[in-house]
Ligand binder design. Structure first.
Ligand SMILES: NC(=O)c1ccc[n+]([C@@H]2O[C@H](COP(=O)([O-])OP(=O)(O)OC[C@H]3O[C@@H](n4cnc5c(N)ncnc54)[C@H](O)[C@@H]3O)[C@@H](O)[C@H]2O)c1
Length: 314
C-alpha cells in the first residue's frame, strides 16, 4: 500500500519538476489541452442521460442489420418499438423475438419510398403504441456501380430510400413532437455523407443530402426554440452484409458495436457522431488539405478503391 503511495508521490514530483522546466508557450499549450480533457471528462460524467423507458420508437429498415439491433436494444431498455420495414416477414421475426422476451413491439409493413405506405404505417403505430417520441430513419440501400451503369430508376430509388423518405417520416411525426415540445429525430447517414468515393455516386450523394437535412433541421428547431433533439450517425463500413465484398485497410465495424453506440448517442442526445471517432479526421483533412491532396489521401488509404470488389447482398 505504502509503495503505491510512494510511487504516486514520486510521479507527482516528477511531473512537477518537468512542468517547472517548460517554456511559457509550452505551459499554455499543456494548460489548454488539460482544460479540454477536463471539460470533456466533466461533461461526460455529469451529462443527463435520456431514459428510453416508455419512449415510442419508430425505426425504418429495422428487420435487418443495425436497425434490427437498435430496435432490440431499445426495447430491452423499456421502449415500445415499431419495427417498420419493406420486408414484413423479417420484421415479424424481429418482433416475435422481442415478444418472447415480454417486450413491447409491433411489426409494420412500410415501404419508405411510398408516402401512402408511410402514412399507413403512421396510422398503425398511432393506433397500437401512440405518437412516436423517437423517429429513427435507418433504411438505406446502395447500387455500388460506376455511374454510367446505374439505371436511373435505381438512382431515384436510392434517393427515395436514403433521404426523400426522411421528409415523409419527419413530416408525419414531427408535428406531435413539436406540440409536446419533446422528441428526437435520428438520421442514420454515413461517412459517405462527408466524403465521396468511387462507385458510391448515388449512395454518397443521397447521404450528403441526409447529412444536410439533419443539420438544417437541427438549426431550424433551434431557431424555433424547440426542445426536439436531432442526432446524425455517420459510420464507416459495418459488417452487416450491405457492403459485402469491400476491400478495406481499416477493418469493418461490428454491427453490435455500432448499434450500442447509436443507442448511447440517442440517450446522450449527441448531435453528430462519426464512427470510428478517429475518422473525424475527415473534417480536418477537408479543412486543411487541398482538393488534390484530399483525393490523394483517399487513394493512398485504399478508400477510393474499396468498392472495386463490392458484391453487396447477392
Ligand atoms: N452497412 C454499412 O457498412 C453502413 C455504413 C454506413 C451507413 N450505413 C447505413 O446504415 C443503415 C442501415 O444499414 P444496414 O447495414 O443495417 O443495412 P441492411 O441492408 O442490413 O438493412 C437495411 C434494411 O432496410 C430495409 N429497406 C430497404 N429498402 C426499404 C424500403 N424501401 N422501405 C423500408 N425498408 C427498406 C431492408 O429490408 C433492410 O431490412 C443504412 O441507412 C445504411 O446506409 C450502413
Amino acid at each position: 500500500m505504502n509503495s503505491v503511495k510512494d510511487k504516486a508521490l514520486s510521479l507527482i514530483e516528477n511531473l512537477t519538476n518537468r512542468a517547472s522546466k517548460l517554456t511559457k508557450n509550452q505551459k499554455i499549450a499543456v494548460g489548454a489541452v488539460s482544460a479540454y480533457f477536463l471539460y470533456k471528462f466533466i461533461r461526460s460524467t455529469f451529462r443527463s442521460v435520456k431514459s428510453l423507458n416508455g419512449q415510442i420508437v419508430f425505426i425504418t429498415g429495422a428487420a435487418n442489420g443495425i436497425g434490427k439491433q437498435v430496435a432490440i436494444l431499445m426495447a430491452r431498455e423499456g421502449a415500445k418499438v415499431a419495427v417498420a420495414d419493406i420486408d414484413k416477414n423479417k420484421a415479424d421475426e424481429v418482433v416475435n423475438e422481442l415478444l418472447a422476451e415480454k417486450l413491447q413491439a409491433i411489426a409494420i409493413h412500410c415501404d419508405v419510398t411510398s408516402i401512402e405506405s408511410v402514412k399507413r404505417a403512421a396510422t398503425t403505430v398511432r393506433n397500437h403504441l401512440g405518437d412516436p417520441t423517437i423517429l429513427i430513419n435507418n433504411a438505406g440501400i446502395i447500387s455500388g456501380k460506376p455511374i454510367t451503369d446505374i439505371p436511373i430508376a435505381n438512382v431515384e430509388r436510392t434517393f427515395k430510400v436514403n433521404v426523400i423518405s426522411h421528409f415523409y417520416t419527419i413530416q408525419e411525426f414531427l408535428p406531435s413532437m413539436l406540440a409536446k415540445n419533446e422528441g428526437h429525430i435520428v438520421t442514420i447517414a454515413s461517412l459517405a455523407g462527408l466524403a465521396g468515393i468511387s462507385r458510391q455516386t448515388d449512395y454518397s450523394a443521397s447521404k450528403h443530402a441526409a447529412v444536410g437535412l439533419d443539420e438544417s433541421l437541427r438549426n431550424e428547431l433551434r431557431s424555433m426554440g424547440s426542445n426536439v433533439k436531432t442526432t446524425c450517425i455517420n459510420p464507416y463500413y459495418i459488417d452487416t452484409g450491405m457492403f459485402k465484398g469491400v476491400r478495406t485497410l481499416v477493418p469493418l465495424l461490428k454491427e453490435g458495436y455500432v448499434s450500442k453506440r447509436i443507442v448511447q448517442a440517442i440517450k446522450n442526445e449527441e448531435k453528430v457522431v462519426i464512427l470510428p471517432k478517429l475518422l473525424s479526421i475527415t473534417y480536418m483533412f477537408r479543412a486543411f488539405l487541398s482538393v488534390e491532396n484530399f483525393d490523394w489521401v483517399m487513394e493512398l488509404t485504399g478508400a477510393n478503391r474499396s468498392m472495386e470488389t463490392f458484391t453487396g447482398r447477392t
